[in-house]
Design a protein around this ligand. Structure first.
Ligand code: COA
Length: 388
């Protein structure tokens, strides 16, 4: 039985900051951001947009050609949750008008948890092939103003339908994974901004990649050369280059610059222009690879490496299905990116500094473009959403 991705889409904020604008404001050489880090633009969420509205927009797009009554489970993966108790997926379940006989819950492990959801969904469908799972991965990356991580911020959501009628990619059953208790990136409950030891996180990422690959290879005997493309979790797009050179090295492969570009570059396009969307980052790279690759990728094998600080890594494989292009939302995604409103630097800091009430007073949100859904009010400590 084939199990995998039947439908996949992303949504990102309708506002964007060009990192050259940030570089000018900070007196930094823009080449550092564009080439050194590999980021050109970052999506910035306006007041009234949160992980719920981002996920609802992505979910709405991914469910366009799906019978919503077939969705038996919604997993909501995030590390920027709006509530310590209630799963964000329940608001989205309501906004998307899904049936009540549906299991909804939230997953957390930094940028990795969506992958846990995907692979658990795969196992569930193996047992119940007529059921479908909606996986939402939604995050707003937020570091301190002027911190090293600030220019890697981003905001966006991925929605995927996993089923036994995949149209885009099958997900193979075997994987290699690795866990180690480290403090490379974390966000205590009392903070809005993440704390990160950036250089250390890159080292731990590479260690988790080595360990995950070794277990994957030991279990499957599948080699580096059997993959056509490699997608990586991308906290910033140059991470793919570091990761891929590392993977080639541990496999004793002398990678040419041309091979490096072929293996990873199409998967960087969207991430370079959106920023880090945490849980969805690997899958944004997958969509980018599928939608920006001029070559027909049918039947090609793709390596997917997921990493969540703290840390968990997992490497697994997908096989692209013939006819996949007919089921992508390439035009929608392109126009979503091209129609974003460019922010000035003061507009960016205004959005960044917008304060949500924390004391139960009623707060009505100013109106900005947030797609089909918005957070309209916070009242009596309750978030109130509306469909536009
Ligand atoms: N032109 C071109 N490249 C330049 C440059 C310039 N003017 N100035 C610097 N660079 C290059 C550096 O040589 C370096 O390249 P390298 O990685 O190949 O060594 C790169 O730009 C970054 O410069 P650096 O000074 O090391 O950056 P930084 O101290 O600002 O930190 C990160 C970079 C990525 C560590 C930081 O942005 C960060 O912490 N990001 C968040 C990481 C994260 O999210 N991790 C958690 C999940 S994995």
């Amino acid at each position: 039985m084939n199990i995998g991705i039947e439908s996949i889409s992303f949504f990102t904020s309708r506002y964007v900051l060009d990192l050259r604008t940030m570089a000018k404001a900070r007196g930094v050489d823009a080449e550092k951001y564009v080439n050194g880090i590999g980021q050109e633009k970052m999506s910035v969420p306006p007041p009234g947009e949160d992980v719920i509205t981002l996920a609802a927009n992505a979910g709405h797009q991914a469910l366009e050609s799906i019978d919503t009554d077939s969705i038996e489970m919604v997993m909501f993966a995030t590390e920027s949750a709006t509530d310590q108790s209630k799963a964000g997926g329940i608001y989205v379940h309501n906004l998307l008008k899904l049936k009540p006989h549906c299991r909804v819950f939230e997953l957390k492990q930094a940028c990795y948890s969506g992958t846990a959801g995907l692979l658990l969904a795969r196992d569930m469908i193996h047992q119940y092939p007529d059921r479908k799972v909606l996986i939402l991965m939604s995050d707003i990356a937020r570091y301190g103003l002027n911190s090293a991580g600030e220019i890697t911020q981003g905001a966006g959501a991925i929605a995927m339908v996993i089923s036994s009628q995949p149209k885009i990619m099958t997900i193979e059953p075997e994987s290699g994974y690795y866990t180690e208790d480290v403090m490379d990136f974390w966000r205590p409950n009392y903070r809005d901004e993440a704390l990160v030891d950036g250089k250390y996180s890159v080292r731990v990422y590479l260690k988790a990649l080595t360990e995950s690959w070794n277990l994957y290879h030991q279990r499957t005997h599948i080699g580096f050369e059997q993959f056509s493309r490699f997608c990586y979790h991308l906290p910033f797009s140059r991470m793919a280059e570091k990761a891929h050179k590392h993977l080639a090295k541990i496999n004793h492969i002398d990678l040419s610059e041309h091979e490096l570009a072929t293996h990873i570059n199409d998967g960087l396009v969207y991430n370079r222009n959106i920023g880090n969307i945490y849980t969805g980052s690997l899958y944004l790279s997958l969509i980018s690879m599928l939608e920006n690759n001029p070559q027909d990728m049918s039947n090609h094998k793709v390596s997917l490496f997921s990493y969540g600080s703290g840390c968990v890594g997992e490497l697994f494989a997908g096989q692209v299905l013939p006819g996949y292009r007919n089921h992508l939302s390439s035009d929608l995604h392109q126009s979503l990116l091209e129609s974003r409103k460019e922010l000035t630097y003061p507009e960016y800091t205004d959005f960044y500094n917008f304060a949500y009430v924390q004391d139960g007073t009623t707060q009505s949100m100013p109106t900005f473009d947030t797609g089909c859904y918005r957070l309209s009010q916070i009242k009596n400590h309750k978030r109130i959403y509306e469909t536009l």
